[in-house]
Design a protein around this ligand. Structure first.
Ligand code: NAP
Length: 342
């Protein structure tokens, strides 16, 4: 008789005020239960750490229900099926879906909240399925194309440029023939997006003035601004937009840990003057079209016209600290947590 597999799970212990603290988490450990007909066990290989996780920890109405106190923290991830009593997924199948911050996921193979799909690592490595071919890539693709609607020759500005969503936004805009200007924190990230990803320019907001940078690098103004950060940077870009500009509200990471009110854009009348629009987007609205984006992005990756950079932190136990890297700009590329060897 073999010993039962043991699960370790990070549960939400308290709703954070400001940045999440170690005491906001509880690490629990228990043997895995036996599975019933229709169920599978997925061993977690890599977890996606996302800025959105901070929002899911808050109480209140949003586009998705909050994680409950005592519940396993929600997280996307990739894993491998290690036990199956379902015809849907065989042992050995590699899946992407809502695994949660835990070593094993157990439940019905067709569970709606996990929404597992089989992935093909001949197309791209596992971690790329959490980045360009995963949720951030879908966000970049549909946010830019559907909401930003860039045209060749236009100027596209993207903040969080070296991050998961930003890197793909900028590269897709470049492939469409746009002038692409990134905004990122630090010389290394700016060098990367220009030299490795082919952006036309990058503004280092930590060591320079964003307004001056926009004047210099966007001589024809800004047609599309893909906003990942909100706050002062959004306000500054608003002063440089063109007639009929499109601003994609993808995220506002500068505001997620505020203990006071979110800082809204003071310069919003620029939208009036320029007959411009600002529109929010949530990636899950595009779920029925993910295959379209995966096909396009995988083609570009395989042709070598696009890159996917991930930043891997090793060890489930490092989850609480690793999550904070996002809010300190310490991740360089899509942040993933390695939980086990493939
Ligand atoms: N709407 C949707 O459906 C959807 C889906 C996915 C993601 N998002 C949003 O997209 C944004 C980017 O997510 P991601 O997964 O790609 O993360 P990411 O860019 O890989 O990582 C977060 C980055 O944000 C930057 N940052 C942190 N604090 C900042 C601050 N105070 N001011 C300016 N920049 C700051 C840091 O980069 P620097 O070092 O450059 O500062 C950090 O590396 C987030 O706002 C996220 O919530 C939205």
């Amino acid at each position: 008789m073999t010993a039962p597999l043991h699960n370790e799970q990070f549960r939400l212990a308290a709703r954070p005020v400001g940045l999440p603290k170690p005491g906001d988490w509880q690490l629990t450990s228990a043997p895995l239960r036996e599975i019933a007909d229709g169920e599978i066990v997925v061993k977690t290989l890599y977890l996606s750490l996302d800025p959105a996780m901070r929002g899911w920890m808050n109480e209140g109405k949003s586009y998705i229900r909050p994680v409950a106190i005592g519940e396993v923290m929600r997280a996307g991830g990739v894993g491998v099926v290690v036990a199956s009593r379902s015809p849907r997924f065989a042992v050995g199948a590699q899946l992407a879906g809502g695994i949660g911050v835990q070593r094993y996921w157990v439940g019905a193979a067709d569970d709606k909240s996990a929404a597992f799909v089989q992935i093909d690592t001949r197309m791209a490595p596992l971690t790329t399925w959490l980045n360009t071919l995963g949720m951030p890539g879908m966000t970049a693709y549909f946010g830019l194309l559907d909401v930003g609607q860039p045209k060749a020759g236009e100027t596209v500005v993207v903040s969080g440029a070296a991050g998961a969503v930003g890197q793909t936004v900028g590269q897709v805009a470049r492939l469409l023939g746009c002038r692409v200007v990134g905004i990122a924190g630090g010389k290394d990230k700016c060098d990367f997006v220009v030299n490795e990803l082919g952006f036309d320019a990058c503004i280092d907001y930590k060591n320079g003035n964003v307004r001056d940078g926009l004047k210099q690098h966007c001589p024809n103004g800004v047609d599309v601004y893909f906003d990942n950060v909100g706050g002062d940077i959004l306000d500054t870009v608003l002063t440089r937009i063109n007639m009929k500009a499109r601003i994609v509200i993808c995220g506002a990471i500068s505001q997620y840990n505020n203990t006071s009110a979110v800082k809204g854009p003071a310069n919003y009348l620029s939208l009036l003057v320029n007959r411009a629009r600002m529109e929010g987007m949530v990636v899950f609205d595009y779920a029925a079209r993910y295959q379209e984006a995966v096909a396009a992005l995988a083609n570009w990756l395989q042709a070598g016209s696009m890159k996917s950079r991930e930043d891997v932190v090793d060890g489930l136990e490092r989850f609480p600290d690793a999550l904070l890297m996002l809010f300190e700009g310490k991740n360089f590329g899509k942040l993933v947590l390695k939980v086990a060897d493939a």
